[in-house]
Design a protein around this ligand. Structure first.
Ligand SMILES: NC(=O)c1ccc[n+]([C@@H]2O[C@H](COP(=O)([O-])OP(=O)(O)OC[C@H]3O[C@@H](n4cnc5c(N)ncnc54)[C@H](OP(=O)(O)O)[C@@H]3O)[C@@H](O)[C@H]2O)c1
Length: 231
């Protein structure tokens, strides 16, 4: 049964985004799910057909023209939740000494700048008191970095956390939004790899529980089990 709520989920072609689209649709949400190339998002297309609650839109998160086109297409659609999930891990070798400017620019752009630009552009459609969620990572925690490694990915998610803080303090504050930076756990996806301890189903069930439970305005950094993380 429908719960009467709509979520716009950015980056749902595979992995956690695909899992979240299914989990939220099964919970009665109307899901507007984006894919960079909908013609290749075969699993999302099948999920849309089987649930009847998923609409598929096109968005490369780094493409400002596509963002404008999406905003125009969705102009009349009020949103209860905007969830920006898309992200990349970057090159395998992330030591500061070896990173290239091109890699740094790409990962910072996709993981930090683009999500918050998307939130800024689409927030007028998010209901007052609604939720804007960003898929962050525990690796974005400065306080939690006790081992080093994954340097570029870490700074991209730490930057996402910082930019989301600014969003929460401005547009978020004006509209009493719940702004969530979420850690999904270390999950078995293309990014997380086969050795990750958490499955997609377990992670997205937890993330959906957190989304539905946290209704307090402000900025929160939480894992998929609802635990507060150190910034
Ligand atoms: N898996 C983990 O253990 C883990 C842990 C902490 C945080 N996270 C975060 O969780 C999110 C999802 O990760 P995942 O594990 O599901 O990764 P994944 O399996 O690699 O999927 C990444 C998703 O992001 C999309 N994406 C990447 N760049 C994009 C772009 N420029 N425009 C539009 N979509 C784009 C991909 O679309 P395409 O199919 O078009 O490439 C895909 O849908 C990411 O933000 C990641 O950093 C994951």
């Amino acid at each position: 049964m429908s719960n009467g709520k709509t979520v716009l989920l950015i980056g749902a072609s595979r992995g956690l985004g695909l899992g979240l689209a299914g989990e939220l649709a099964r919970r009665g949400w109307q899901v507007i799910a984006t894919a960079r190339d909908p013609s290749k998002a075969t699993e999302l297309t099948a999920l849309a057909a089987s649930t009847g609650r998923i609409e598929i839109e096109k968005l490369d998160v780094d493409d400002v023209g596509q963002l404008e086109a999406l905003a125009a297409r969705l102009a009349s659609r009020p949103l209860d939740v905007l969830f920006v999930n898309a992200g990349i891990s970057g090159p395998r070798d992330q030591s500061v000494a070896d990173l290239s400017r091109v890699d740094v620019a790409q990962v910072m752009w996709t993981n930090a700048l683009s999500p918050v630009r998307i939130a800024g552009r689409l927030q007028p459609q998010v209901a007052a008191g609604g939720t804007v969620a960003f898929m962050s990572s525990l690796l974005g925690s400065i306080a939690g970095n006790t081992s080093g490694g994954f340097e570029l990915y870490r700074i991209s998610k730490a930057s996402l956390n910082m930019l989301a803080r600014g969003f929460a303090a401005t547009a978020g504050k004006d509209k009493n939004l719940v702004v969530l930076n979420l850690h999904p756990g270390w999950v078995r996806t293309d990014m997380g790899g086969p050795q990750a301890p958490v499955g997609v189903e377990e992670s997205v069930r937890g993330l959906a529980d957190v989304l539905e439970a946290r209704r307090d305005a402000g900025h929160h950094y939480l894992d998929y089990q609802g635990r507060e993380l150190p910034w």
